[in-house]
Design a protein around this ligand. Structure first.
Ligand code: CO
Ligand code: CO
Ligand code: CO
Length: 324
């Protein structure tokens, strides 16, 4: 993707505060000295069988990119690709019901959208958010000494792959739906209140892929302690059997020159740390002094996972050290 985007003309408008050059979660355009617009778009094919939950998950995922920038989403547009001839309209109604309930929970107004005929259904949102230009949280502000905090567990890619193969029980399905549907709003509010140096949300490139973008963009090196990373426990027997999405292996291949695996980090753990997520948590880079305040702010807002998983080091940039 970076190669393709490299052929696009460079952005020259000084009001474009965040463009596509730093692989950030959303674009930001300054409208006035104290107001900027946050723009993002995301859509994907169904990740669960239930259309209502699929819609809710897609909405939470799309809204997340605004939260990851420290923004507040205000309006959303539906993007619907749908095989009207082969799937009933009741299924689409349920997808949109799940999405609109999630959008309402977020306090966002659904104001329009676009539909096209497509043999494979896909759904997502184009979201507009607002942020004060001084409060933007990019993915490229990490500083040596920062601690890294993660707000959702890993393993969604492996578990949704198992779901497609009919290998998941009802409890596991309910658990991954709950994790993916959960808004990153509370986590974002906590980080904005405390003031942090960098943030991104964990999606298709996995924890280490998104951390690599953060480290590379910030010109720093990161260290992760694998045993401190929250993982959905149902993942382990599946990864032993190599029930793993192809995107996860692609992430490992893409990152291989930039990760130094420590002794004792098993192959299974390496796979999980690169697992492609849908609607994952926020990865926050916060100064050591403010970390306790962030953890308290997350706890007081009921964010269930708030794990300190690593730190930023003053070493060659873009490298990720993984210890056990
Ligand atoms: Co993102
Ligand atoms: Co995105
Ligand atoms: Co960000």
């Amino acid at each position: 993707m970076a190669q393709v985007l490299g052929h696009l003309p460079p952005v020259t408008d000084p009001n474009v505060l965040v463009g596509f050059d730093t692989s950030d979660d959303a674009a930001i355009y300054r409208l006035s000295p104290d107001l900027a617009a946050v723009q993002t778009v995301d859509l994907f094919p169904p990740v669960v069988d239930d259309p209502y939950h699929y819609g809710a998950i897609a909405a939470a995922n799309s809204l997340s990119d605004v939260y990851a920038m420290g923004g507040r989403p205000v309006t959303a547009l539906n993007i619907i690709c749908y095989p009207g001839g082969s799937l009933s309209m009741e299924v689409l109604t349920q997808i949109l019901k799940g999405s609109s309930d999630k959008i309402a929970e977020a306090g966002v107004s659904l104001v329009g959208g676009h539909t096209l005929e497509d043999p494979e259904p896909k759904y997502g949102l184009c979201v507009l958010g607002v942020v004060h230009p001084d409060k933007i949280v990019t993915n490229s502000g990490s500083r040596p000494g920062d601690l890294l905090v993660l707000t959702k567990p890993l393993g969604i890619g492996i578990l949704t792959t198992a779901l497609k193969a009919d290998l998941l029980g009802e409890d596991a399905i309910a658990r991954i739906v709950e994790v993916m549907e959960r808004l990153n709003r509370e986590a974002a509010e906590a980080m904005v209140e405390v003031g942090v140096n960098a943030c991104t949300d964990i999606t298709g490139f996995g924890l280490l892929g998104h951390l690599y973008e953060m480290a590379h963009g910030s010109g720093v090196c990161a260290r992760v302690y694998a045993s401190r990373v929250p993982v959905l426990h149902e993942v382990w027997p599946l990864v032993e059997e190599r029930i793993v999405p192809s995107g996860t292996y692609a992430n490992m291949e893409y990152l291989k020159d930039n990760i130094r695996w420590g002794e004792g980090v098993s192959k299974e753990t390496q796979i999980v740390l690169c697992d492609a997520q849908t609607s994952g948590g926020l990865l926050i880079s916060v100064s050591r002094e403010k970390c306790d305040a962030l953890l308290q702010a997350l706890e007081s807002r009921g964010v269930p996972e708030r794990a300190v998983i690593g730190e930023i080091l003053d070493q060659p940039s873009g490298v990720i050290l993984v210890g056990s």
